[in-house]
Every structure is written in structure tokens, then in C-alpha cells.
Write a protein that binds this ligand. Structure first.
Ligand SMILES: O=P(O)(O)OC[C@@H](O)CO
Ligand SMILES: [Mg+2]
Length: 237
């Protein structure tokens, strides 16, 4: 598997900031399943048009977008949609698995003391549930920022700028590389003045990937040396 699109002129970076849902953890399908379940009584079919718009947003903003999209605001509030969704998701999150390539990449960055952070729109409670089986791996991050960390969520740049300022050695935004699966997340990273690596779901319309610096089919295809980081040992690639 090769990249969908290589970076035209990648610049050296020193710090990595990771999105979580759909990038580190295979949780986005859980959101899709739960949202369809909540939509069922309204006779609506969840689709990739609204998925592309809401993925990566903070929970209430995402549910607001969904309720508006299906024009069901007279039947259910975004708050109630979110409450019903949470009842389903909270159980599913305990089974969250890592996306392919995550363990190898994080192990490599840790081994080379490259500072890393998580910048997720997920709530802290969601983060705790989703990472239940992966505590050791998530303990390696220098900082964990969740939806509560900022007032304005993605696509605003705030969570990525906050992550950069939370690192001990305070890198400039252009020294940070953002890893994302969602269009709003790529917009947030770009607005923060950072380069972005997008690993989109194969079902996402490619028109939503144009803003990313690089687009990969899988994190397994990431080449650290393109960004001035040490290459993987040849035996592990
Ligand atoms: O920012 P991330 O980690 O993708 O979280 C968003 C997720 O809670 C819904 O799509
Ligand atoms: Mg995501």
C-alpha cells in the first residue's frame, strides 16, 4: 500500500500531535453504528455526506450538525441525540482497538525521544473509556488534550495551538506535524500553521482530502525520514 498523495515539499518537524478517534483508535465505525441506531426511529439513513461534516467535531456540535442535516430538530434536540448516542457508545468504547501502524509509530517516536501529544475532540470520559485497554501506550504522550480543553473545537485551530504550547520546549507551530483522519481536523491543523498527515477512511470522498499536506492509506505507510525524523530500522519496514 502506498500513499494516496505524497507531500510536495515536506519541511522538517520536531513534534508530533495526534488526533485520536479514527486515527489512533478504530472508534469511528462505532460512532457510525450508534448514530444509525439513534436515527432509526426517524426513518433516516446515516450517510458519508454528514459523516464527513461532523467527524472530528466536539460531541454536541457534531450532534447539532446531524440534527440540522436531517432536519429533525422539531422531533429531537441535539442534547437528547447526544444522550441516546452516549448510552450506546459508552459500552462499545471499552473494545476500542488500535489502528494499523500506531504501535510501531509511537514505539519509534518514543525510542527517539520525539515529543508527542494527543489533541482529541472526544470528552475526557470518552478518552478514559476508549483507552482502557491501551493505558501503557497512552501514558507515553507528553500531553493529552480533550474536547474540554478548548472552548472552540475543530475546525478552529485552538486545540492544536494549545498542544504546541503545552509541550515542554514550546515548539513553533510549523515544527509540529498533525496526524488526522477528519476534514475538520485537517482544517484545524492547517489554520494552526502546521503540516498535516491525513489518514482518511476509504469511504470519505477524496475531495475532502485536498487541504492535507500528505494523504496516506494507512499509518503503516508513514515515512518519518520525509519529515526530518529518524527512519524506521530497515528490518521493521
Ligand atoms: O478529535 P477526534 O479524536 O477524532 O474525536 C472526534 C470524535 O469524538 C467524533 O468524531
Ligand atoms: Mg479523528
Amino acid at each position: 500500500m502506498g500513499p494516496f498523495r505524497s507531500p510536495a515539499a515536506p519541511k522538517r518537524i520536531t513534534h508530533c500531535i495526534f488526533d485520536m478517534d479514527g486515527l489512533l483508535l478504530a472508534t469511528e465505525t462505532m460512532y457510525t453504528v450508534a448514530q444509525q441506531e439513534v436515527l432509526d426511529p426517524f426513518g433516516k439513513a446515516f450517510n458519508w455526506d454528514i459523516k464527513a461534516q461532523m467527524t472530528g467535531k466536539k460531541a454536541l456540535e457534531a450532534c447539532q450538525a446531524l440534527v440540522d442535516y436531517y432536519d429533525i430538530g422539531d422531533q429531537i434536540t441535539p442534547e437528547e441525540f447526544l444522550r441516546r448516542r452516549e448510552v450506546i457508545l459508552d459500552k462499545m468504547f471499552l473494545d476500542a482497538e488500535l489502528m494499523p501502524g500506531v504501535a510501531r509509530l509511537l514505539g519509534h517516536l518514543t525510542a527517539h525521544q520525539i515529543p508527542t501529544a494527543v489533541a482529541t475532540s472526544s470528552s475526557r470520559k470518552g478518552f478514559d473509556l476508549k483507552t482502557t485497554q491501551h493505558r501503557q501506550l497512552f501514558d507515553r504522550f507528553e500531553a493529552i488534550l480533550t474536547g474540554e480543553s478548548v472552548t472552540k473545537g475543530k475546525p478552529e485551530p485552538d486545540i492544536y495551538l494549545l498542544a504546541a504550547s503545552t509541550f515542554r520546549d514550546k515548539p513553533a507551530p510549523e515544527k509540529c506535524l498533525v496526524f488526522e483522519d477528519a476534514p475538520v481536523g485537517i482544517t484545524a491543523g492547517t489554520r494552526a500553521g502546521m503540516q498535516t498527515v491525513m489518514v482518511p477512511d476509504p469511504q470519505l470522498d477524496p475531495k475532502h482530502t485536498l487541504e492535507a499536506t500528505e494523504v496516506l492509506q494507512s499509518l503503516e505507510d508513514f515515512q518519518p525520514e520525509l519529515w526530518g525524523l529518524p527512519a524506521y530500522p530497515s528490518s521493521s519496514s
